[in-house]
Design a protein around this ligand. Structure first.
Ligand code: NAD
Length: 471
């Protein structure tokens, strides 16, 4: 079904969206404050240099599906959906400049004041979580004198295209993310994108706003990681290409969802040691690799976050479920749980520990040496009696994925506080406690509403297999 669409902002995102939506058969009116861009698009020429754009713009302009104007009011009156694709540059201090977004929201809102039929406003500009609801919707409401969600609909739909392959990315996006205050608001957008071969995630507006930042920040992280590794390899006189090939060919642990679920700090006998060795070698070579050097401090900060969360409860008796760095092992070397316990004992808290895999009588060698050095009297704190340990704590710390949640639920009293460090799957979280907190995760309550609508696609969690992909 063809829709009539107005697109505000004819830069990379707006021009490409305009041309591609026209190509899909919709009637599109581009709007820009720059008369040169309006003139170009309206006469069938692409306002941007981008593969396939010249052909698409010319073809769709000729077919009378793609035009442009500087008249915002006319564009809103003549369309059912408005996409806002204006720029969100940085201010000199790094803060996001929302002036274009606010200006365009005011123009669209003013036009909505005089519009009889229902209209959908879709923000596509990259904005920080909360912006649409705290800044854009209030402007649309005050300038239109109407209410969002009742008189008109507002959605957020981030764009994941890359310049250089923007048209191809539009038709084959990595995913489609649709954000709204209610799933019912997404009906028009759902229809519009129905033909695109992408997994669609429906969620609340703030999550959709954040999803774009998480992707971009991760891409930046990947580029910097590759560049620092390349720099080190070059200095070590190694074949960077072969190493990159080996690294990227591992789609089980490296290029995969493994290790990407928020949880507790990493530890064990390899990761911290190997990071230290590599960054030390880089220093010997007089290399500055800020990304690699920041990983150990970042991990330490995460342990501090757990300590702070526990101290914040102001409780004295702490039950810790899980001592080794990973479920299913008794390796205590550089276990962040051990570091956490050491810090809690230093704060004068009473700690009882349960771990089904750790028996002091069994562990030996460097593992035993490590625990005896870090927590010399650990034996008096460690127990294999799960129920007793759980009942001993005013605060119960879930520090292992191997915790039997049914057994935990059966022992917990409602006034006990549970702090989950490992991010148990929602289906495995204990029932019956009033306070259940994650260290770096939160399930937004209303997202269940969206998940229910589209269970295959919303807020999915990557199952962590028993072979221990978790950190
Ligand atoms: N460029 C990309 O590859 C890319 C990809 C994904 C998301 N984004 C995000 O999308 C947004 C747009 O990016 P862009 O690169 O297309 O920006 P851009 O700067 O290339 O284009 C923005 C356009 O908006 C116009 N504009 C400003 N105020 C207007 C108004 N009131 N009415 C109509 N037009 C107005 C400007 O004249 C300009 O032509 C940004 O938030 C950006 O972060 C960009």
């Amino acid at each position: 079904m063809s829709s009539s669409i107005s697109i505000f902002g004819l830069g990379y995102v707006g021009s490409v969206s305009a041309a591609c939506l026209a190509q899909m058969g919709h009637r599109v009116m581009g709007v820009d404050v720059n008369p040169a861009k309006v003139e170009m698009l309206d006469s069938g020429r692409s306002p941007i240099i981008e593969a396939q754009m010249s052909e698409l713009v010319a073809e769709n302009n000729k077919a009378c599906r793609l035009h442009a104007t500087d008249d915002a009011n006319a564009a809103v009156q003549g369309s059912e959906i408005s996409f806002l694709c204006v720029g969100t540059p940085s201010l000199p201090n790094g803060k996001l400049d929302l002036s274009h977004v606010e200006h365009v929201a005011r123009e669209v809102g003013t036009a909505l004041k005089h519009k009889a039929s229902h209209h959908t406003v879709v923000l596509r500009s990259t904005v920080l979580p909360g912006t649409t609801e705290s800044r854009v919707i209030p402007i649309l409401e005050s300038s239109s004198g109407r209410r969002a969600g009742i008189d008109f609909t507002v959605c957020y739909n981030p764009e994941f295209m890359r310049e250089g392959s923007a048209v191809a990315d539009f038709f084959q996006p990595p995913c489609t993310v649709l954000g709204a205050q209610s799933p019912t608001h997404l009906a028009r957008l759902r229809e519009l994108y129905a033909g695109l071969p992408a997994r669609t995630f429906e969620t609340n507006i703030a999550a959709a706003e954040m999803a774009k930042y998480v992707s971009n920040v991760f891409h930046a992280l990947k580029v910097s990681f590759a560049n620092e590794i390349g720099t080190l390899c070059k200095q070590l006189n190694l074949d960077t290409e072969t190493i990159t090939q080996i690294f990227t060919s591992d789609t089980k642990l490296n290029i995969s969802p493994a290790y990407l679920t928020p949880g507790f700090a990493f530890g064990g006998s390899c990761l911290p040691k190997d990071l230290r060795a590599l960054t030390h070698r880089a220093k010997e070579l007089d290399l500055t690799l800020p990304l690699l050097e920041s990983i150990i401090p970042s991990n330490a900060e995460h342990i501090t976050r757990a300590v702070d969360a526990i101290l914040h409860t102001r409780k004295k008796k702490i039950a810790i479920l899980g001592l080794s760095f990973k479920a299913g092992t008794d390796d205590l070397r550089e276990s962040p749980q051990v570091q956490l316990i050491k810090r809690l004992l230093g704060e004068g808290l009473q700690v009882q520990i349960w771990d089904q895999d750790v028996s002091l009588g069994r562990i030996a060698g460097s593992n035993r040496q490590y625990i005896e050095d870090v927590i010399p009297h650990i034996g008096s704190l460690l127990s294999t009696n799960f129920d007793e340990v759980v009942r001993s704590g005013e605060v119960v710390i879930v520090g292992s994925k191997s915790v039997d949640v049914n057994q935990l639920s059966s022992q917990l009293l409602p006034n006990q506080i549970v702090i989950d460090l490992v991010n148990l799957d929602p289906s495995r979280r204990p029932a019956g406690v009033r306070t259940y907190e994650g260290i770096c995760w939160k399930l937004w309550k209303s997202s269940a509403e969206f998940r229910h609508r589209d269970p295959a696609c919303n807020t999915q969690r990557t199952p962590v297999p028993a072979d221990g992909l978790s950190h």
